[in-house]
Design a protein around this ligand. Structure first.
Ligand code: NI
Length: 256
């Protein structure tokens, strides 16, 4: 019923109960699909291994801007060749901390965008405090490679930027942040974009939605994010679950 399009079950916060969660608890809670996202070389390998182990889990391979110094394009390309690796990500820019430098982040971002074009996979974009530069890079790539598709994950930009992203044919994904009291801007962005371009994600173990804010997150909290989308779009929870699952399946090419 629910599709968690961005999760990190490789995280050590799941060491004690990963097998119980992925093997039983999440399927029992209506979780139909998960994409486990790589954020470093090691977690990209682990994501692919989880996808091999569990039918309903898929993987993305990519190096997060915070780890930008260590990306290995050859190994990422080998990982991307696996049929259950469905995206390159998460990649992008993160100006929240000064290191790695913006130049190093930009080099890793662009190289992995090129890889996505080469292997014909969509990209998962991490954009933190770097809206202008991220959008500029994405627009440049889309001009050059109109077939390239992507999603801005954990969307934190404006409604205007969201409209520019969907004009490129891209998608936007919302986390538990959309349930936070102070997330008016995020809800506005969800309101203005077409329902067909919305995906939902937990980004677990981080970013638990209300009413579980502050606790460790997992995919069973996805219902609260779907409920927020349902309210914004004026549809039922069931419709929001189906809509976001269908959108995710189309985006990642999981059509079985
Ligand atoms: Ni993430």
């Amino acid at each position: 019923m629910y599709f968690d399009t961005h999760a990190h079950y490789d995280d050590k916060q799941f060491d004690a109960d990963r097998v119980a969660l992925l093997g039983r608890i999440l399927p029992e809670n209506g979780i139909e699909l998960i994409v486990n996202i790589g954020s470093s070389m090691q977690t990209s390998r682990e994501a692919a291994a989880l996808a091999v182990k569990y039918d309903y889990i898929y993987a993305a391979a990519g190096v997060h801007p915070n780890e930008a110094e260590e990306y290995d394009l050859d190994e990422l390309e080998r990982l991307a060749a696996h049929p259950k690796v469905v995206a390159i990500g998460e990649i992008g820019l993160d100006y929240h901390y000064p290191e790695p430098s913006r130049e190093v982040q930009m080099a890793a971002f662009c190289a992995q965008m090129e890889l996505a074009v080469k292997v014909k996979l969509p990209v998962v974009i991490h954009d933190r405090d770097a809206h202008e530069d991220c959008l500029r890079v994405v627009k440049d790539f889309c001009r050059k490679y109109p077939e390239l598709r992507g999603v801005f994950h954990c969307y934190s930009g404006s409604a205007e930027m969201a409209e520019e992203i969907v004009k490129l044919g891209w998608s936007i994904s919302f986390t538990g942040v959309i349930t936070f009291k102070n997330a008016r801007k995020t809800r506005e962005a969800a309101a203005v974009i077409p329902a067909e371009r919305i995906m939902i994600e937990t980004d677990c173990p981080y970013l638990s939605p209300e009413p579980n804010r502050g606790k460790r997150n997992d995919s069973s909290n996805l219902r609260y994010i779907a409920a927020a989308i349902a309210e914004i779009k004026g549809i039922s929870l069931e419709e929001a679950a189906k809509l976001t699952t269908d959108n995710g399946r189309r985006f990642f090419g999981i059509l079985t």
